[in-house]
Design a protein around this ligand. Structure first.
Ligand code: S3P
Length: 441
């Protein structure tokens, strides 16, 4: 079966209420924490994408049993560090940086060597960001060039650390938190702002974790070795997946969409703030709080008066996975948009900044780049008529979805390779597009 798609027509107007893929970050964290809880946890509305299925496979390899019943997942944990292995094992994190980096923090007491591997894209990514703090705890880690494969051998002599997390990476912060759970004493992390699902989940489990905001830094203290009971969790929708439909609606004619029950945690809200400043019509409706996480329905309308933005860098971490799709709005907006310090984008599943700028240029949009600061010269009349072939993008799911939205919004004859890439985060992405009337072959 061919693994590319063709889009040769813009999408017609639509009016629709949809459910979006469940949140990937919370799905992965809830599985990993259920594996450390005492008793059987029930996780509902779990995202069934490759990154999450690889997380389930990983805990299974570590001797944790789970089963699926009537759509819910039941995971049986035996408390902190009670993995049940009696030989060396290999864990394959596939494409998932989140799984690979977070799980390392839970393997720090393993009596047997554990080898962590991943796919081609993950094997190119930098792990020094987690290896460095884990070594400070006293963990033995072997790796060539700070990348996968990594071998980790646990120790009984972990010591708490005080660490300045300067990247603003939730994966690094969560890896340290997970290691701190297994470490006697109090670990302190002074973390640059990033998504805080791990902290909120632990707090909802009454785990002794405190967070104080001091001058824009989160000072997190975690007391180690406190057991926690199994839990129930219903995963909300993922704003990073919703982002593609938010932008598709904004760029379409006379369309309207409601996306139900999306996580709108403040640390993920960058896309909404940025797009609203650009003139997009977006409303958050029926706001709720669930276990410390904010959720709401998102109402979006076609937006005709889009303007460029001088995007402040402090919003970067809360929109880190959404810049590709935000760039499409900048392409259609009146005036110039500027974005600063986007170097982290090149450290994702693909060199996303490089690839996105190339795509914008192919679309006929003028872009300028100085180091990791970029300018996009918007064209409110943008219409594409040529043939565009998107390939060789390291099968990055977000690049694939960006290209689909560009094709459906601006026209042209697009061939987009590697449709399986969406299985990473959003397996039914194309089905929703088709239900809106998109013609995709
Ligand atoms: C994630 C954190 C972000 C994000 C990734 C998911 C998480 O990565 O890009 O898609 O679930 O913790 P960084 O922490 O490296 O910024």
């Amino acid at each position: 079966m061919s693994n590319h798609i063709f889009i040769n027509e813009k999408i017609n107007n639509f009016k629709k209420k949809i459910n979006i893929a469940s949140d990937k970050s919370i799905s992965i964290r809830s599985i990993l924490l259920a594996s450390q809880a005492v008793g059987i946890s029930k996780i509902s509305n779990l995202l069934e994408s490759e990154d999450v299925l690889n997380t389930l496979k990983a805990i299974k390899k570590l001797g944790i049993n789970y089963k699926k019943k009537s759509g819910d997942y039941f995971i049986e944990g035996f408390g902190l560090n009670n993995f049940n292995i009696n030989k060396r094992i290999t864990i394959n994190a596939g494409n998932s940086g989140t799984l690979a980096r977070l799980i390392l923090g839970l393997l720090v007491k393993s009596k047997f060597k554990i080898r962590l591997i991943g796919d081609k894209s993950l094997s190119k990514r930098d792990f020094s960001r987690v290896i460095k703090p884990l070594r400070l705890f006293g963990v033995n880690i072997l790796s060539k060039n700070n990348s996968l494969p990594i071998e980790i051998l646990g120790t009984d002599y972990l010591r708490p650390i005080s660490y300045n997390e300067k990247i603003g990476s939730a994966q690094v912060k969560s890896c340290i938190i997970f290691c701190a759970l297994n470490t006697p004493g109090t670990t302190i992390i002074n973390a640059q702002k990033s998504r805080n699902h791990t902290e909120l989940l632990l707090r909802s489990l009454n785990y002794p974790i405190k967070v104080n905001r001091i001058n824009n830094i989160d000072r997190i203290s975690i007391s180690g070795l406190s057991q926690f009971k199994s839990f129930k969790y219903v995963i909300p929708g993922d704003i990073s997946s919703a982002a593609f439909f938010i932008v598709l609606t904004i760029l379409s004619n006379k369309s309207e969409m409601i996306i139900k029950n999306v996580n709108i945690n403040e640390s993920r809200l960058g896309i909404i703030k940025i797009l609203k400043r650009m003139g997009a019509i977006i409303r958050l409706k029926k706001k709720k709080i669930y276990k410390g996480e904010n959720t709401s329905n998102i109402l979006i309308k076609s937006s005709k008066k889009l303007k460029g933005i001088n995007c402040p860098a402090y919003l970067n971490s809360s929109a880190i996975d959404e810049f590709l799709i935000i760039f499409l709005v900048a392409a259609k907006a009146k005036g110039i948009s500027t974005f600063k310090n986007l170097g982290e984008l090149n450290k994702k599943e693909s060199p996303r900044l490089d690839i996105a700028l190339k795509l914008l240029k192919i679309m006929g949009i003028k872009v300028e780049r100085k180091n990791n600061n970029i300018k996009i010269f918007g064209n409110p009349k943008l219409e594409i008529t040529k043939n565009i072939y998107i390939e060789k993008y390291s099968k990055d799911h977000r690049v694939f979805m960006m290209a689909c939205v560009a094709a459906l919004s601006f026209g042209g004859n697009w061939k987009i390779a590697d449709k399986d890439s969406i299985n990473t985060s959003f397996p039914f992405f194309l089905d929703i597009l088709k239900s809106l009337g998109a013609k995709i072959n």
